[in-house]
Design a protein. Structure first.
Length: 389
């Protein structure tokens, strides 16, 4: 397989690191900029929201631009956003830097997937796309705990310095190694939205949206939550994210296998139900540390395990528009993160941080209901009725 795919995977890793790192250093940002933790949480919200809506719009806007130059330009803007974050004198400037990084990072990530699929031989296409997507998962396992560790050892700006340095290296590598890849056909936004007329497609995206929203109602504020409820310090929190990350990535592989064996419906309903149980148990598990670590692993496995069965379901019911559905589902995922962190900020503002898992349960239950509707015609894991709204 073309080795340039690994460079594209590294780009996805760095973009994912930039998005996820903030959740681990919310308290450090809040203390330094003299803002509330709930306000710091909005930095995750705005990144995810802008990330979710940017790529479809920007891809259409730059539909005729050569792909490598467009990806290179997006990465330059992403670098600028990271530098602005490093030198931010106040919350407003940091907020703007998140908008810049999210829009450019979203475009760069989608282009990396597109480029990976086009520079390899057809028989390696699926593997190439999978590697790029794994870059984001890799940032969850490796990048987040390293960033949390750097933030606690030095200050919250250091992880953004790391992101900026890595981006420079990738820019140089990209310019040297990639040639030209002309723009292909871009699906108009109207056509993308029209695919949602099929209720099985619409409710699959809603399943992703509500699932990630419920998950991030707590996960977006996990660092201040465990500091408040358990008194965890910097090193322990880094270990926490590392263990959680390993569980999350393994969860994707596990649910991919269970979808093949038991069907998408069974997998989706099981994962959603177990996430509800985890969010319900966590407020009690924090009082017994060994039990908390067990629940954390189960939570990690469930939290990102929804993607394989949802993507598999979408491929089954909308095979002709599979590429569009991948893009839309990624948007639903990011918008779910945005809504979840916004909801969590609201809960913290009007109540206490200890209440976040209780309210996250409500959103995950909505995800469970959406999954039931989306897959209600599934039979034996692979047969669907041809029913649309």
């Amino acid at each position: 397989m073309d080795k340039r795919v690994y460079m594209l995977t590294a780009i996805a890793f760095v973009v994912g690191l930039s998005e996820l790192i903030v959740g681990g250093i919310l308290d450090l940002i809040a203390d330094d900029l003299h803002i509330r933790v709930s306000a710091a949480g909005l930095l995750i919200t705005v990144f995810a929201f802008v990330f979710g809506i940017s790529s479809p719009i920007l891809l259409v806007t730059f539909s005729k631009t050569e792909r490598v130059n467009l990806a290179f330009g997006a990465l330059i803007v992403f670098f600028i956003g990271s530098v602005i974050a490093v030198i931010s004198p106040n919350y407003t400037v940091l907020f703007i830097s998140r908008v810049i990084s999210a829009a450019s990072g979203s475009l760069a990530t989608v282009l990396c997937i597109n480029l990976a699929s086009r520079i390899v031989a057809p028989q390696y296409r699926g593997r190439a796309i999978g590697l790029v997507v794994m870059g984001i998962s890799g940032s969850l396992v490796l990048g987040l705990p390293v960033g949390v560790l750097l933030g606690n050892l030095f200050n919250w700006r250091v992880p953004f310095i790391l992101v900026a340095i890595l981006t420079i290296i990738l820019l140089i590598t990209m310019r040297v190694s990639l040639g030209r890849v002309e723009a292909g056909e871009t699906i108009p936004l109207r056509e993308q939205v029209r695919t949602l007329k099929d209720y099985r497609v619409l409710f699959a995206h809603l399943t992703t949206f509500f699932f990630l929203a419920g998950h991030f109602t707590l996960y977006g504020f996990l660092t201040p939550y465990v500091k408040t409820t358990m008194g965890f310090a910097g090193i322990t929190i880094s270990i926490l994210y590392f263990i959680y990350g390993i569980a999350a990535v393994s969860g994707g592989g596990l649910t991919g296998m269970t979808s093949d064996r038991f069907g998408n419906r069974t997998t989706l309903l099981t994962v959603s139900a177990l996430l509800v149980v985890c969010l319900f148990v966590i407020p009690y598990a924090v009082k017994i540390v060994p039990i908390f670590w067990v629940v954390l692993v189960i939570w990690g496995v469930m939290s990102w395990g929804i993607t394989p069965p949802v993507q598999s379901h979408l491929y089954e019911v909308a095979q002709a528009t599979a590429d569009i559905q991948q893009s839309l589902n990624n948007a639903a995922l990011q918008l779910g993160i945005a809504f979840g962190t916004l909801f969590g900020s609201f809960i913290i503002e009007v109540g206490t941080i200890e209440q976040t898992p209780h309210y996250g349960i409500i959103l995950v239950i909505l995800s469970l209901v959406s999954a039931m509707i989306a897959t209600r015609t599934e039979r034996s894991g692979r047969q669907y009725a041809d029913t649309t709204l």
